[in-house]
Ligand binder design. Structure first.
Ligand code: 5GP
Ligand code: MG
Ligand code: MG
Length: 183
């Protein structure tokens, strides 16, 4: 149950908590096969990937380690600026690691394309991407994303880690934010 004031900010639920769990199990099974016997490092992109990292890491039946990176490209708006800033860098050395970047959503792809080139120079054995959501119509940069949870329409969504002005991250489902909230 959501409070009426939260409910009023949402147009409709796009993906439910149950659908997300089922998808994470499916992708975790595939990742376990692909990374069997490898030194797998999950890199979560803060703060949006907190929920997907927590659930995905626990769904994964093989050994993995976790690290976090905080970048910002959006400010408080709903459009990517393309200017990426590191707010918190990785703690670990990427040499010899098989890196799987865990992202909440790819919109323009600008953030991930910047992260990929940043990581490429740090000596990782391999670098792949898992994005829970992808908005294909919005892609301005072609990103080779190995694992994708859901392709969604070109709407601004919130919940399950995704925010608008830092709110709504705690919603269990992913929902379309009502335009009256940001326009
Ligand atoms: P990109 O650089 O691919 O345009 O977007 C990068 C980041 O913008 C995502 O990791 C996410 O944090 C944020 N973002 C993109 N689309 C949405 C959206 O529909 N809702 C929310 N809440 N954040 C988004
Ligand atoms: Mg993100
Ligand atoms: Mg955000």
């Amino acid at each position: 149950m959501r409070a009426a004031d939260v409910e009023a900010d949402l147009t409709r639920v796009l993906v439910t908590e149950e659908e997300i769990r089922a998808k994470l199990d499916e992708i975790a099974t595939q990742v376990a096969v692909d990374y069997a016997g490898k030194d797998l490092l999950l890199v979560g992109v803060l703060k949006g990937a907190v929920m997907v990292m927590a659930d995905f890491a626990r769904a994964l039946p093989i050994h993995s380690t976790m690290d976090w990176m905080a970048v910002s490209s959006y400010g408080a708006g709903t459009k990517s600026s393309g200017v990426v800033q590191i707010r918190k860098d990785l703690d670990v050395d990427l040499h010899g690691k098989h890196v799987l970047i865990v992202e909440d959503i790819i919109d323009s792809g600008l953030t991930l394309s910047w992260l990929l080139s940043n990581f490429a120079s740090r000596g990782a054995e391999s670098i792949e991407i898992f994005a829970l959501f992808r908005k294909p119509e919005a892609a301005r940069v072609v990103i080779d994303c190995k694992y994708v949870g859901f392709d969604i329409p070109n709407e601004f969504v919130v919940g399950y880690g995704l925010d608008y002005a830092e709110k709504y991250r705690n919603l269990r489902d992913v929902a379309i934010l009502a335009p009256h909230v940001y326009s």
